[in-house]
Design a binder for this molecule. Structure first.
Ligand code: S5P
Length: 357
């Protein structure tokens, strides 16, 4: 398939999803196709690890439900702190929630509840065993969230603080008396949602802060902030021994991805699944480990005794054509995670360059 031989910088131009376009550019910029699976046990360790390994990765994968001490505060909690680190180092946050339920339930799990995943995770994933309508349900939830974020931004800027010329369409703000609630009872004098852009985000919102408490710039140099779009990966194949996902199931994922190109970025899979001429989905692949430094590579590394199976970055990226390797214990359990992350980054990037040539 053409995407196997295309540089990420080229794929950045043709991917449908705005976040995929961003991610491909980020990969090119950081020379990294590494995702850290940050499966540590406490929020404190998670944040420390993200800060130390951030320079080597383009995606940080979380399982918020295995972290103790996760702070759910939507203004100051763990999600917000992760988002600030993501901005500082230039990586996207992927909550590996593997949603699987009826559409209505996943909408609520995705956007509400304790964790409010949609607020801090650029990317999440879903198992579509329950049927592909849930992908549409999640896409709808993400679109509504984005519209609401923009609405909140607009109202918080417009209420009582008229600033000339801030709206793209040149519309004047009208804060001069009158009813300042819209028909749904929300506060704010202007109700048009679509004309707002990200530049109106109030600087004092912690989720959108551009500097940390010490005044350091948090935007990774060389690239702007990611778009406010949310993305989904379909869990099309798994790394574990005896996985029950059939070829038909994987094919259903491919079809669902094509039907929701503006929300589905790609797959969690063990091999490349782009087959139609204009497919440009991104593949992220767990079950990745390197033999210890100095030992010879033969593509395969011993599993964990609990069903996990491992391949090397070279086998996954060069041979099987996936794009991003997801590494957990291979990095976390090493004596020096930042150094080990760099070793994985170099190997995985080399495997990508080998595929191109
Ligand atoms: O097929 C899969 C899909 C996923 S998302 N196999 C996996 O192992 N994962 C996740 O990747 C798993 O939940 C874990 O968070 C990570 C692999 O961790 P490691 O320590 O084995 O590298």
């Amino acid at each position: 398939h053409p995407t196997l031989l295309q540089p990420y910088s080229e794929r950045a131009k043709t991917a449908t999803h705005p976040l995929s376009r961003y991610l491909f550019r980020l990969m090119d910029l950081k020379a990294s196709n590494l995702c850290l699976s940050a499966d540590v046990t406490t929020a404190r360790e998670l944040l420390a690890l993200a800060d130390r390994v951030g320079p080597s990765i383009v995606v940080l994968k979380t399982h918020y439900d295995l972290i103790s001490g996760w702070d759910y505060n939507p203004q100051t909690g763990t999600g917000v702190k992760l988002a600030a680190l993501a901005r500082k180092h230039g990586f996207l946050i992927f909550e590996d929630r593997k949603f699987v339920d009826i559409g209505k339930t996943v909408q609520m799990q995705y956007t509400a509840g304790t964790a409010r995943i949609i607020e801090w995770a650029h990317i999440t994933n879903a198992n579509i065993d329950a049927g592909k309508d849930m992908v549409r349900a999640m896409a709808e939830a993400a679109a509504n969230w984005k519209a609401r974020i923009h609405y909140e931004v607009k109202t918080s800027v417009s209420v009582g603080t008229p600033v000339a010329g801030q709206f793209e369409d040149g519309e004047e703000q009208n804060n001069g008396g009158g009813d300042d609630r819209d028909s749904d009872g929300r506060k704010g004098s202007i109700v048009s949602i679509t004309t707002v852009t990200q530049s109106f985000e109030p600087a004092d919102s912690p989720r959108l802060a551009k500097t940390n408490e010490h005044g350091d710039e948090l935007v990774f140099p060389g690239i702007e902030e990611p778009p406010m779009d949310r993305g989904l990966l379909l869990l099309a194949q798994m790394s574990s021994k005896g996985c029950l996902m059939t070829k038909d199931y994987t094919q259903a994922c491919v079809e669902a991805a094509r039907e929701h190109k503006d929300f589905v970025m790609g797959y969690v899979a063990q091999e490349a699944l782009n087959t139609a001429p204009d497919d440009n989905f991104i593949h992220m692949t767990p079950g990745c480990k390197l033999p210890p430094p100095g030992e010879e590579e033969n593509g395969h590394v011993e599993g964990d005794g609990l069903g996990q199976q491992y391949n090397t970055p070279a086998k996954l990226i060069t041979l099987l054509g996936t794009d991003i390797v997801i590494v957990g214990r291979g990095i976390i359990q090493s004596a020096d995670p930042p150094t080990e992350a760099e070793r994985y980054r170099r190997k995985a990037w080399k495997a990508y360059l080998a595929r191109l040539s």
